[in-house]
Design a protein around this ligand. Structure first.
Ligand code: SF4
Ligand code: SF4
Length: 362
């Protein structure tokens, strides 16, 4: 027991490691929630879009924030999402601002696709990749998908459609006082450790979107508690690196399921019912095996593996030549965890977003 506690302390105190090249912290992705509201209302949306107030990113402000950040931070891709990003009335200006900031090599748009057929030539000319989540009963028809494929091809944009027919529970309104469970959820959380879904929101930088949105909805006015303010003080790069490598959990973890929520079939829900469906203790929404000993062991193995090795493996896996193999491996993995997905859920109608839960994430 003493040895196990020591090992766990080691991993808790270690934090994530980041590569710094030419004075810039490197990461694969940065997310910008350009429209926090959404035209769908998915049960357990991990960005809590069905209940966050309507909010749109100002192109001038995001340019200022990203330009300052770009002096010490660089990503392969900025993911433009939300909410539903295509609800932004001046999306082209936002994308232009992101590019001009020089913070990234490419710009991706992640959308539910319902407005995609209406997008203009200026939109298609401004982006590198569009990823469309297809939710049962809510997605584009085959003809509309074909039309989008044609537009994407015409403008040299990569276009991916993904069927999202399963979600995972994303958060609990009731939360938990079980510190050990919260620590397990944090340790196994792919959002923060594996995918590193950093977010810039209203001048603040977050390690994960949930640490902003859960605080915003559950602790009104405390949405910045888990973030770091972006500023141009010379000490900012050092403070940002310390923030990213901190072993401290965001406070939002107390109410978050990370990537350990129970699976359930995708469902739309009335917005006024969204929060009451989550008024269940964390213990009842978490999948025990996803925070179990084997999963913790895998998390520790990843934590102990040098980041360049993990990045190289991911790059190799997602190179065009190996993509079909990656997809086959993903299908096999899904078959292997079918037992997990079929595990009974006490609230089989609840919710977060599956793109945060897949075995392989693009
Ligand atoms: S999961 Fe996506 S499509 Fe569904 S409500 Fe959330 S942001 Fe909208
Ligand atoms: S708040 Fe949620 S997504 Fe963020 S680190 Fe904690 S468990 Fe992971």
């Amino acid at each position: 027991m003493a040895i196990r506690r020591s090992v766990e302390r080691f991993y808790l105190q270690r934090g994530d490691r980041y590569r710094v090249v030419d004075g810039r912290i490197l990461n694969r992705r940065l997310e910008i929630n350009v429209a926090e509201h959404c035209n769908l209302s998915c049960r357990a949306c991990s960005h809590l879009s069905p209940v966050v107030p309507k909010s749109l990113v100002d192109p001038a402000k995001i340019y200022r924030d990203l330009s300052v950040l770009a002096r010490c931070y660089h990503v392969k891709s900025v993911r433009v999402l939300g909410g539903e990003p295509l609800l932004h009335p001046d999306l082209e200006s936002v994308i232009d601002a992101i590019r001009r900031s020089t913070i990234c090599d490419s710009v991706w748009v992640i959308t539910n696709g319902r407005l995609l057929p209406r997008m203009t030539t200026a939109f298609w000319s401004s982006i590198d990749l569009v990823e469309v989540s297809l939710y049962p009963g809510q997605h584009l028809g085959a003809e509309a998908q074909d039309a989008c494929r044609a537009k994407a091809k015409q403008h040299g944009v990569a276009l991916r459609f993904h069927v999202r027919d399963e979600f995972q529970e994303s958060y609990s309104e009731a939360g938990t006082e079980d510190d050990e469970l919260v620590r397990r959820i944090f340790t196994t959380c792919n959002v923060v450790h594996r995918w590193r879904c950093h977010n810039v929101i209203d001048g603040w930088f977050y390690r994960c979107p949930q640490s902003h949105f859960i605080a915003k909805v559950l602790r009104d006015g405390a949405e910045h508690v888990d973030g770091i303010k972006i500023d141009d003080d010379p000490s900012f790069p050092e403070r940002l690196l310390a923030f990213l490598q901190s072993p401290e959990m965001p406070q939002a973890c107390t109410n978050c399921l990370g990537t350990a929520g129970r699976f359930f079939p995708h469902a739309q829900i009335r917005r006024k019912d969204f929060r009451s469906r989550q008024a269940v203790p964390t213990q009842d929404l978490v999948h025990p095996r996803l925070v179990g000993t084997a999963r913790l062991g895998l998390a520790r193995l990843e934590a102990a593996t040098p980041r360049p090795i993990l990045d190289s493996a991911e790059n190799a896996l997602y190179s065009p030549g190996l993509l079909p193999i990656a997809r086959a491996a993903q299908a096999t993995g899904r078959a292997l965890v079918r037992g997990i997905r079929r595990a009974p859920s006490p609230t089989s109608n609840s919710a977060p977003e599956l793109r945060h839960t897949g075995l392989l994430r693009r």
